[in-house]
Design a protein around this ligand. Structure first.
Ligand code: SF4
Length: 367
């Protein structure tokens, strides 16, 4: 088996109480190349997850998550609460206790071979990142891509991982036979802020270079400018730089949305704010006083600010992607040179409320 050949430096004690619930745990390991991270290797019973209510809430009905937890460690990650299922916490454990489905490719092949499989599109990267650092060690994605393409199943990949470049030959070959959609998530165009809030991710520059590499293969590559952080990345200067750099990288289109702070993420995000930007704790408390989403007024204000900048950079197809900060895809068309294949289905920007005044460098009155 693939994982048996890999260097095992230390068998980690399975001290976390929730792991006792796993009857498919192979082992827990730590290696020097991944300081502070423990990999919990499991034999998955299934690879395809059905998304309940997909037709109304999410436009994709099936997902694959080869990993649970994500060493990219984005403070704002909305998948954090999903890590509590094994009594892991939503903070450090999400970043450092990574569950690896070591047999995901084999299980997927069996599932796709069933007569009942009707080849709906499958989304990767909707929960945790399939090209997070662990993928460099476990190399699960090639078998997933081969299985999907081989069975005639369209698929999409959303990632922050420049490791995607390793598989570009394979992805290009897959795009010859099935619709394939690629999107890079790049939200922060300020190196210091990016390192602080997404400490485990490749740099913005490396991700933009990955967009260019995908485009050089003749594939579409969308940029997800998500989340836009109120008072941190919503200035005209930052948005201008963001849209400009995304356009220069060759991005096929850009979608953006404001930060979404659901319970579980909220506490972790506010702890970071208190450490790094204590002056923003009160403004954020006001913005997110009524719930997880930035208020409609803020989103409208942001849309009015972003729209002329998009136009300036020739990104007229860019648009808000809804309120969740999550991906939003349609299962429409093929991929290669086909703009709109799995395009986001966000709503059109709304008009600005007069009470929010000018959208130059001023902030909405909400703050
Ligand atoms: S890369 Fe995505 S899944 Fe990973 S921590 Fe960041 S937001 Fe979460």
């Amino acid at each position: 088996m693939r994982w048996n050949g890999q260097t095992l430096v230390a068998e980690a004690p399975t001290a976390l109480p929730g792991l006792a619930r796993l009857n498919n745990l192979v082992r827990s390991v730590q290696t020097p190349e991944f300081a502070g991270i423990t990999f919990h290797e499991v034999l998955a019973k299934s690879a395809l997850n059905h998304v309940p209510g997909a037709s109304t809430v999410m436009p994709f009905a099936w997902t694959i998550n080869p990993y649970r937890g994500c060493s990219h460690a984005c403070v704002y990650c909305f998948a954090r609460p999903t890590h509590s299922y094994l009594e892991f916490d939503e903070g450090k454990d999400f970043d450092q206790q990574i569950v690896v489905k070591v047999n995901v490719g084999e299980v997927l092949e069996r599932e796709l071979a069933k007569k009942s499989w009707k080849h709906p599109a499958v989304a990767l990267g909707t929960n945790t990142d399939p090209y997070q650092r662990a993928e460099g060690r476990y190399a699960l994605m090639p078998s997933i891509i081969r299985a999907l393409a081989g069975s005639g199943t369209p698929f999409s990949i959303l990632t922050k991982g420049s490791l995607l470049r390793r598989d570009l030959d394979l992805i290009s070959e897959a795009a010859e036979v099935v619709p394939v959609s690629i999107a890079m998530s790049i939200a922060i165009y300020d190196d210091e802020l990016q390192q602080s809030i997404e400490p485990g991710t490749p740099s913005t520059k490396a991700r933009l270079a990955t967009v260019s590499a995908v485009r050089e293969r003749g594939l579409e590559c969308q940029v997800f400018l998500m989340p836009v952080l109120p008072l941190l990345t919503d200035t005209v200067e930052h948005l201008d730089r963001a849209f400009g750099m995304a356009a220069a990288s060759g991005a096929s289109s850009v979608v953006y949305s404001a930060l979404h702070l659901k319970p579980g993420v909220r506490q972790w995000f506010f702890a970071w704010l208190e450490r790094e930007h204590p002056e923003l704790v009160s403004p954020y408390a006001r913005i997110y006083a009524k719930g997880a989403y930035a208020p409609k007024e803020y989103r409208e204000w942001l849309a009015a600010r972003a729209k002329p900048l998009m136009r300036k950079h020739g990104l007229n197809r860019a648009r808000p992607a809804g309120t969740t900060g999550g991906p939003s895809w349609s299962q429409a068309a093929p991929t290669r040179s086909a703009p709109g294949g799995f395009a986001p289905v966000g709503f059109a920007p709304a008009s600005v409320l007069p009470s929010f005044g000018p959208v130059g460098d001023s902030q909405p009155m909400l703050f």
